[in-house]
Design a protein around this ligand. Structure first.
Ligand code: SF4
Ligand code: SF4
Length: 391
């Protein structure tokens, strides 16, 4: 455990990584969407309110903000907000499915300073990607990449949620980023939002996690958002990045209606610390909320205490535990020693918390997507349950 990690556990004056979901509106209906997005919330922050949040970020010296959604570019004021943030020296990294990035938009974006783009792609081919993100979404994302490359945007990110079905394609993703002069970002699938309903079919197997750990160790240039630290239990060498759950300490989420949560993957009332519309705004929530103070206290290792790997893996991801019904002070559901799977076997469906909001379109509820696995087994996913919760 490094001195830096210990210091970060006590929290900082401002988050290192602030995720801001600008809207729940989305033109897609991805089956693992962590925010159950689809429909715009009528109580969404106005342009003026969003600019006031940016002013706060500038005052708090937030270095950059991760903007997502939903599909953030659907907001009519999206590019005004990006321009406003960068004028205030708040850098913007935004995630998009690429559907709004045509040649002219790519030119516009190439002219912005302090702006980075993460294009979501969850398969190295259309069949794998579209099974998760919807028909035609692979072609849409590739077209957006072509436009960004033609506009000379520079090294945008290709952001992949690692699944059982695409983990064998990591070399193909690497070739794709090389083709575009882009950067690869791999993130962990969390059982949040609609992902709670598909996690059991999509999350990588233990053998796949082991292979991924070694693949990542050989490629420190691959970005991960520090999301695979639970894999550090597999070896003596840690993956690059922060080795801790940063919820409420260095990470938080602002949702489209201004609610502030401890992490992008825990959209649930238990993890809501306040709202940017409250007196004192975002800064007061970050600095004084009782919930965030609690997160910054030393945490118990609980059932992981007897494991010789706790220092390396820290018991894993709080969100993954919460939305699979596991105790927060026990092993991660994807614990590489298998303790999570053992614990999951004892969880009854009624004990699994559901997210407290759901903005799915009616058409994405009750659908029955079909996923082809890496082993070419066809896995049919059950109907999406009505629920909601956040990388
Ligand atoms: S709950 Fe999971 S995703 Fe959220 S900050 Fe902690 S480790 Fe990261
Ligand atoms: S038992 Fe806990 S500390 Fe040990 S590897 Fe599993 S999750 Fe990590």
């Amino acid at each position: 455990m490094t001195a830096l990690t210990e210091e970060l556990k006590g929290g900082l004056d401002a988050p290192i990584c602030l995720t801001w979901e600008l809207t729940y509106a989305c033109n897609l209906a991805c089956i693992h969407c962590l925010s159950s997005s689809g429909r715009r919330d009528p109580a969404e922050l106005s342009t003026g309110e969003a600019m006031a949040v940016i002013d706060e970020m500038q005052a708090m010296q937030v270095f950059y903000v991760n903007i997502g959604g939903g599909e953030p570019t659907i907001r009519p004021d999206f590019f005004d907000l990006v321009a406003y943030a960068t004028e205030q020296q708040v850098g913007v990294k935004f995630s998009t499915n690429g559907s709004r990035i045509d040649a002219a938009t790519a030119e516009l974006l190439a002219g912005f300073d302090y702006t980075d783009i993460q294009l979501s792609l969850d398969g190295a081919d259309a069949a794998t990607n579209d099974a998760v993100r919807g028909q035609g979404s692979y072609a849409t994302a590739r077209t957006a990449m072509d436009h960004l490359a033609a506009a000379g945007f520079g090294p945008f990110k290709i952001s992949v949620v690692v699944t059982r079905q695409n983990v064998a394609q990591v070399d193909q993703f690497e070739a794709l980023v090389d083709h575009y002069g882009a950067q690869l970002r791999l993130t962990r699938l969390r059982p949040a939002g609609r992902g709670a309903d598909t996690w059991h079919q999509l999350h990588p197997t233990n053998d796949q996690q082991r292979a991924l750990y070694h693949w990542l160790l050989d490629r420190p240039e691959v970005l991960t958002g520090d999301s695979f630290f639970h894999l550090n239990a597999l070896g003596e060498r840690n993956l690059p990045g922060l080795n801790l759950c940063g919820a409420g300490r260095v990470v938080c989420l602002v949702d489209p209606v201004g609610d502030v949560y401890a992490c992008p993957f825990v959209l649930h009332d238990d993890f809501r610390a306040g709202n940017v519309r409250d007196p004192g705004g975002f800064a007061a929530v970050w600095r004084t909320s009782a919930l965030f103070r609690e997160f910054r206290e030393p945490q118990s290792a609980g059932a992981c205490a007897g494991c010789g790997q706790f220092d390396a893996c820290q018991g894993g991801c709080m969100a993954a535990k919460f939305f699979t019904g596991l105790p927060l002070d026990g092993p991660d559901p994807e614990c590489v020693s298998g303790h999570g799977l053992d614990a999951l076997a004892a969880v009854t469906p009624a004990a699994v918390p559901r997210s407290t909001s759901n903005h799915s379109k009616p058409s994405s509820l009750g659908s029955t997507p079909v996923i082809g696995s890496a082993e070419s087994t066809i896995v049919t996913l059950g109907p999406t349950r009505h629920r909601s919760p956040a990388g």
